[in-house]
Design a protein around this ligand. Sequence first.
Ligand code: ADP
Length: 384
Amino acid sequence: MDAAWLVPAALGFGLAVGIGGTSAVVAAHARGQRAAAVVTPTVPDGIEDVIDALDGVGIVLDASNNVMSCSAAAVTLGLVGNNRLVHTDLVALVDRVRHDGTAASEQLQLPRGPYGEARLHLLVRAAPIGSRFVLVLADDRTEAHRLEEVRRDFVANISHELKTPIGAVGLLAEAMASAADEPDAVRRFAGQLTTESERLRSLTHEIIELSRLQAADALEHADRVHVDVVVARALDANRVAAESHRISVVAQTDPTAVVWGDESMLATAVHNLVANAIQYSPDGTRVGVGVTRRDGAIEVAVTDQGVGIPESERDRVFERFFRIDSARSRQTGGTGLGLAIVKHVVQNHGGDVRVWSQQGRGSTFTIRLPEAAEAAASTRGARS
Ligand code: ADP
């Protein structure tokens, strides 16, 4: 071929290939768009707005179970991921509703996440919308379920705790009856009977106290409470115990520290902390109670030089009936309710309680309560 033709021919060929390729790509794109329009139908008008406004779980699914729209709760509770339903139980419910063409409700227990045992308790309702979509609504009942479990545990624990001293009283009474001719034995059994009845008394007292606290709102009829009076009451009630263990209790209070609340409840809380500080410390040591004002809060810290609390148990000591060394605690008359009462009192007053501890060196329990400001005092005073 003549070399003069070669260059224009090559140019022409390149142009033809370029145009052909581009139009193929454009055509494919247009086909894709058309296909997408067919495969991805839009959610009916207004549904998206309703889903957005939902506080709870709302999900709209298309015919292939793709999530077309969902509320924030559906994602945060882990029900939706990658635009699909995460749990097979939910998918099964949706499929059934789509197949039957009628709405259905179901109580479902679903794993809370990929790890661990925690479960979500949901009341789920699914309903078809038109011929293509299914709407899923769910009511999160996890918290209500947890509270019911706590209540059941509490009743079971109470029964268990009461069984031991009640059983002991029965056995001791029998032993006394059969040892009626031996005055020494009768005296010994009578002493043990007194111990068991004292245990029953303090257990029932604390159970009643805890139930009362759980029902009451300390801030509903709140008074201005001087924290130094609270501390003085708590120390007074522990004087005999401290003296019998040769434990010196040193208090550093602040007469200007005032909080809103119920003086008796607060005195019970500080009393329980001081009683524990004495109970879990060797004889001859010191217990300190300090009151400080800090950033609008009043802190009451109770420090001891006692046995301390292992790190693994620190969060659990506030649970009802929890005791690190049950045998020792029972011996000393512990019910495992003292710190649960502290926690409730403090929470009822809008505060919190935390613990610092080192095994073998001692512990510090710190109660923090919102300070009652002077200005607030006059407004509340005027209202009441
Ligand atoms: P208890 O009636 O058994 O004292 P509490 O609820 O008051 O029940 O305390 C729960 C557990 O926490 C106790 O059994 C004890 O093991 C531990 N504990 C509480 N206070 C202290 C403390 N100051 N030092 C060491 N251990 C403590």
